[in-house]
Write a protein that binds this ligand. Structure first.
Ligand code: IPE
Ligand code: IPE
Ligand code: MG
Length: 257
């Protein structure tokens, strides 16, 4: 549970830097509407924010970045917006993959991708393969992702293992369960950011955010620049992570006193 913070680094001017940052990138539609533009232009502007945020993570030595791109509930949007988001995903992936690879970034897409158009599924598989051996930032894009879906699919996989006789139900503990979620061996997020002002989780990471530091900002996603990201990092560095303990038990570096 607290495994990730023992290896945190510190940066001058910021302090403790999270190993894993997860972000609900919200507010694209409102950003466009405030400018009298159609919502899709907000999504397009959001892609620039994604690029900036990836750069900021690399610059600050963050090891894992998980971005919520499309929720399992977003299918309920107007068909035209869903189609447009799929198209944007494909175009952005095609345009960015070479640069991601060149920068040693490993891409993983988490979520039920089987619901996506076949062309997109193929593109995702190719992008994951192409970057599989990279050892820099691990970028997880959550697409058709839901926290409840993830817990449910983990439970289903465990049940299948048990029925096949490969797993004794007595051996199912939290670590074993966590490995069956879409994160696999990836540690839980230390810092969980939501832009766009809503104060809810919207079925993003439910299992994994048990001890994440939550940071909500009214800044709309397309306006979330490097300075806004650094502000979130500064706020994180000021938090005391106790993991159930009391302050006196903590050493000065992490929550594992
Ligand atoms: C988040 O922005 C992006 C996706 C959900 C794909 P929204 O599209 O939810 O923007 P708002 O919340 O309507 O402003
Ligand atoms: C969450 O934002 C999903 C993503 C950012 C991908 P939503 O805009 O879909 O969330 P709600 O509907 O306001 O809770
Ligand atoms: Mg929204």
């Amino acid at each position: 549970m607290a495994a990730s913070d023992s290896k945190e680094t510190t940066l001058a001017g910021i302090g403790r830097v999270p190993r894993h940052v997860a972000i609900i990138m919200d507010g694209n539609g409102r950003w466009a509407q405030q400018r009298g533009q159609p919502r899709h232009l907000g999504h397009r502007a959001g892609v620039d924010s994604v690029r900036r945020t990836i750069e900021a993570c690399v610059e600050h030595g963050i090891e894992f970045l998980t971005l919520f791109a499309f929720s399992s509930e977003n299918w309920r949007r107007p068909r035209s917006e869903v189609d447009m988001l799929m198209e944007l995903f494909m175009v952005a992936l095609a345009r960015e993959i070479r640069k991601l690879d060149k920068n040693d970034i490993r891409l993983r897409v988490i979520g039920d991708v089987s619901a996506f158009p076949e062309k997109l599924q193929k593109q995702i598989a190719e992008a994951e393969q192409r970057t599989a051996d990279n050892s820099g930032l691990l970028l997880q894009i959550a697409a058709n992702y839901g926290g409840r879906w993830d817990i449910t699919q983990a439970a289903r996989r465990l049940a299948e293992e048990a029925v096949a006789g490969r797993l004794d139900p007595k051996d199912i503990d939290e670590a074993c369960f966590a490995r069956m979620t879409s994160f696999g061996e990836v540690p839980d997020p230390d810092l969980f950011i939501r832009t766009g002002g809503e104060l809810r989780i919207s079925n993003f990471l439910l299992w994994h955010c048990a001890y994440s530091e939550l940071y909500f900002t009214p800044t709309l996603w397309p306006d979330f620049d490097k300075a806004a990201f650094v502000e979130a990092l500064r706020e994180y560095a000021r938090r005391e992570r106790r993991f159930g303990q009391i302050s006196e038990q903590l050493d000065d570096r992490a929550g594992l006193g």
